[in-house]
Design a protein around this ligand. Sequence first.
Ligand SMILES: [Zn+2]
Length: 414
Amino acid sequence: MVEIETIYKKIDSFKNEIIEMERELTARPALGPINGGTGEHDKADFAKEQLLLLKPDNFLEIHAPDKNAANGYRPNIVATWNGAGQGKNIWILSHLDIVPPGDLSLWETDPYKMVVEGDKIIGRGVEDNQHGMVSSYFAVKSLIDLNLQSPGKINLAFVADEETGSRFGLEYLITEKKDMFSEDDLVIVPDGGNDEGTMIEIAEKSMLWLKFTVKGVQCHASTPEKGKNSLFAMARLILEMGKLKEKFNMKDPVFSPEASTFEPTKVEANVPNVNTIPGRDVFYLDCRILPEYKVDQVIEEATNISKKLATDLDLQIDIEAVHRQDAAPATSADSPVVNILSSAIERVTGLTAKPMGIGGGTVAAFFRDAGFPAAVWSTISPTAHQPNEYCSINNIITDAKIMATVFLNEENRE
Ligand SMILES: [Zn+2]
């Protein structure tokens, strides 16, 4: 048996190849139609070429039909190495697509020409989610180069459409190709985490965006008795919504923050001038609700509070859920994927990982909803979706070592 240190040294030796692969991927912008692009085809083709160099036992291309994309589809690819057939199926799922660079004047360099600065590489997509693609790729390559077999199957999936809803990506795979996955599989999504690499995300809060429209009567500011001031009512309503915090006050230490959150956020413009009392005001409340509560309970309570205030002030308040995502069932904190990943993190970095919950919105929810426990983890830099997005080369190397350790985990030998 090859010493684990030999594998880690091997991965260290890939540093230049890692940088070059990141450069090539960055040069192939993969934007979905909603983000003004044609899809992930160029990037998927390049990734396919690279994966085939590692001689997978199976290679699948799954085209999700999308009439707005080039060639009428969005590309998803899956490479599989069979291993010794004695352990669990391991999945590492990363996404091909990126978000647009945004305001180019905020970038110090060309977002699609990767730049290296010490340990940092800079460019759109280097972190989100090429970090995951590249680290999983070189984890597999270390095993191939050293002629090592994992106990179980290794699957690397590079999917489309994560940034605009996953309909043509993971959601498509799970609805159309559900047989590929099983409840016993170890599923890792390297697309979230913290800068130490110690956060294993296993649960999400439900997300609910409520829109409140307060309808009063507009009038001249000098004669308030002739109108009904919607701004005054909205201010009251915002304060009243504080009652949601009191009613839904349970704490769950898996999450940070531990309680549900109910935050007023966006306000729409009302009247253009100071001497008019507004008759219509709109604001939004961003709610992140612990999975212990039902989203409908929160909507009902917010509606009751609004109704009461509307009656008291004799005006109308409409409430609408403009976005809602009910939390998927959490992955258990002592599920095999969390245990194997935690021990690999400790083996490589000496740090103790912690299973945690977040405010919501990762692609792992599709796995969890379908009954496949998934862990979101990565040693991540905090600039995803921002100008001058960067990624640490060391973090890619560390994560590749952790993934290789997961692949070879002896507890995964049946
Ligand atoms: Zn991402």
